[in-house]
Design a protein around this ligand. Structure first.
Ligand code: OGA
Ligand code: MN
Length: 281
């Protein structure tokens, strides 16, 4: 008599300290049987790649919700899928400007007390040049710091502000632009996120304005130095897109950014998000 075996998650490492490729079929992924294993692996590996999985929007939403999605995207109509595109036909000028901040290393949601847990991007239209998405594992980078450095960083706090991230792509804004960005507020976050799992990760990125209690020069050395370290080769993965690829990242322990691309080329990624369940702490 045939015994029905539970579907197992099949995967292979991309690099020792970041990234795994998931080898299961779309049907297996959508069966719901792999949810726990996928969520665990995401936390361990930072980034999961589903090569040429060809999710439709509906399938991507189903898959995201299965993993703990249920977060409404930032789309105006409150839909579950959001287009990542710099194309003027897709978005208002304001949204496109906001998305330009994603060309620099960042965590999504540093202005929120509970950031999203993760995101899934699916490639629909390739860029003509550039446009890889890069990731850096900030759990692994923290783990590799010398113990005295960890102790030094452990209690530091950092003020994050959206306007600081916008200056990366627009260093000479109008006053009106600056005031608009500044109206989004700021938030003080720990430099080291002590997760409820017991693991720790570095909270960095383009919204990081200053380390509380340090002067500008020292603060910049700490933040840029750690960003340089966390995004260095051992912790870094660049995804070169093929149409149909889906990539999921753990937003609570990784940095990510888009590499430059022609804004008019039509590059299109469809994004769903996984609801956050852990405040920065
Ligand atoms: C995002 C993001 C990067 C990219 O979707 O949050 O930063 O490559 N995307 O477009
Ligand atoms: Mn982002």
């Amino acid at each position: 008599m045939a015994v029905l075996e539970k579907t197992k998650l099949r995967h292979e490492e991309i690099k020792p300290k970041i990234g795994s490729r998931i080898l299961n079929s779309k049907e297996e992924l959508l069966s719901g049987e792999l949810v726990e294993e996928i969520n665990d692996l995401l936390e361990q590996r930072g980034v999961l790649v589903f090569k040429k999985i060809d999710f439709t929007d509906e399938e991507q939403v189903t898959f995201s919700n299965m993993l703990g999605g249920n977060a409404t995207e930032i789309g105006v109509d409150g839909g579950a899928v959001f287009s990542i595109s710099l194309d003027a036909k897709e978005h208002s000028k304001e949204v496109i400007e906001y998305l330009k901040g994603s060309l620099y290393w960042h965590v999504d949601g540093t202005m929120n007390p509970v950031p999203i847990r993760g995101s899934i991007l699916s490639s629909k239209v390739l860029p003509t040049w550039g446009g890889n998405t890069e990731f850096a594992n900030c759990y692994a980078a923290y783990d590799d710091l010398p113990e005295d450095k960890k102790a030094e960083l452990d209690e530091l706090r950092v003020t994050h502000a959206m306007w600081v991230s916008q200056l990366y792509w627009c260093p000479e804004p109008t006053l009106a632009q600056l005031e608009d960005w500044q109206s989004k507020g700021e938030q003080e976050l720990p430099l080291v996120w002590h997760h409820k799992s017991g693991r720790n990760s570095l909270v960095l990125g383009n919204t990081a304005r200053n380390v509380v209690g340090k002067d500008m020069e020292e603060s910049a050395r700490i933040l840029h130095g750690l960003r340089e370290f966390a995004t260095s080769e051992p912790y870094h993965y660049a995804h070169e897109w093929e149409v149909g690829d889906a990539v999921m990242w753990d937003n609570t322990g990784t940095l990510h950014r888009a590499m430059p691309y022609d804004p008019d080329c039509g590059r299109l990624l469809r994004r769903t998000i996984l609801l956050g369940d852990e405040p920065f702490s």
